[in-house]
Design a protein around this ligand. Structure first.
Ligand code: ZN
Length: 318
């Protein structure tokens, strides 16, 4: 039996046909549409056709950015096309398949939990660092949604009371300090002050280039990732103290920096968190890479839509 998982990002819409055991049988993608709902839903429809035309998928799980309640994307500042839309209803009626929608970082977490670095873990947090910082929390084998389904937005833990403004309306949120734009801003500031670096070549600075330069030993890039990791560790300290997770899994494009980011985060956690809780928690890289969201969405659909056909994994909340 197979399920379709779809991960809607700002750049690409990625889809996978995923077997019950989490194996990805087929993938496809389309360029995303941030503003035009009709074009976006046509592309999803097209993607589902390509993935499932001959495979008889049972249903569709969708990970979407923003605040997502049971079926609807209630607030998506980076993807206006989805704002206030009943995306599950739209996808379901266009494709003729049952559909469920959740937050994209929650679907990443669910994928890592069932098929990636979180296998065998019962209490975990998955952090996804890219343009922003998303998170999903799994407590007692269940995805935590909270009263509105909006939890958990760890990117908006306040780590600097006097920090810069955030898209959520707050200031000094973790996401403003630990994300691809934050890394780029730090490097550009340092270059502006005349700091030497291989990145001072006139080309646009990107988080990916900073990671690559750091791996090659560029001092400014190493320092930048270290400072970013330090703030990540301050944010993770709060999660560890509150939730007592066994594992924090860190994925997303920025996490490609690996130990250069995670080692400083670990040092900060060890220095700040309640020591027994800190010792109980591993901080590890994600295992599924950019497939996590679509794998998680497909497996969530299997659980959520396929309840009548028997359950093989811990139940998702909601
Ligand atoms: Zn915020």
């Amino acid at each position: 039996m197979a399920w379709i998982g779809i991960d809607i990002g700002g750049t690409f819409i990625k889809g996978g046909l995923v077997a019950d055991d989490g194996r990805v049988e087929r993938t496809a993608r389309r360029d995303s549409e941030r503003f035009d709902l009709t074009a976006l839903s046509a592309k999803i429809d097209d993607l589902v056709g390509e993935l499932g035309a001959d495979a008889g998928p049972r249903g569709i799980g969708v990970g979407a950015p923003g605040l997502v309640s049971n079926a609807s994307v209630d607030f998506a500042p980076n993807m206006p096309a989805l704002n206030g839309r009943d995306l599950a209803g739209i996808v379901g009626s266009r494709t003729g398949l049952p559909a469920v929608v959740r937050n994209d970082a929650d679907m990443n977490a669910w994928g890592e939990f069932l098929a990636g670095a979180g296998q065998g873990v019962t209490h975990m947090v998955c952090i996804t660092i890219g343009t922003g910082l998303g998170s999903g929390v799994i407590i007692d084998g269940k995805l935590h949604g909270g009263a509105s389904g909006y939890g958990a937005e760890a990117g908006h833990i306040v780590v600097d009371p006097d920090g810069g403004p955030c898209c959520c309306g707050g200031r000094g949120c973790l996401e403003t300090l630990v994300s691809a734009p934050a890394i780029v801003r730090r490097v550009e500031d340092a270059l502006g002050k005349g700091r030497r670096s291989v990145l001072a070549d006139g080309e646009a600075v990107t988080a990916k280039r900073v990671s690559e330069a750091a791996t090659g030993g560029d001092e400014l890039s190493v320092d930048t990732l270290s400072e970013t990791g330090r703030y990540l560790g301050i944010g993770l300290t709060t999660l560890i103290n509150v939730l007592n997770p066994e594992a924090i899994i860190v994925g997303g494009g920025v996490a490609a920096a690996g130990r250069l980011l995670l080692d400083p985060a670990r040092r900060e956690v060890d220095a700040r968190a309640y020591s027994r809780l800190s010792q109980a928690c591993r901080i590890v890289p994600a295992a599924l890479g950019s497939d996590a969201g679509m794998v998680g969405a497909a497996l969530f659909a299997m659980e959520y839509l396929g309840k009548a056909s028997g359950r093989r994994h811990p139940a998702p909340a909601g």
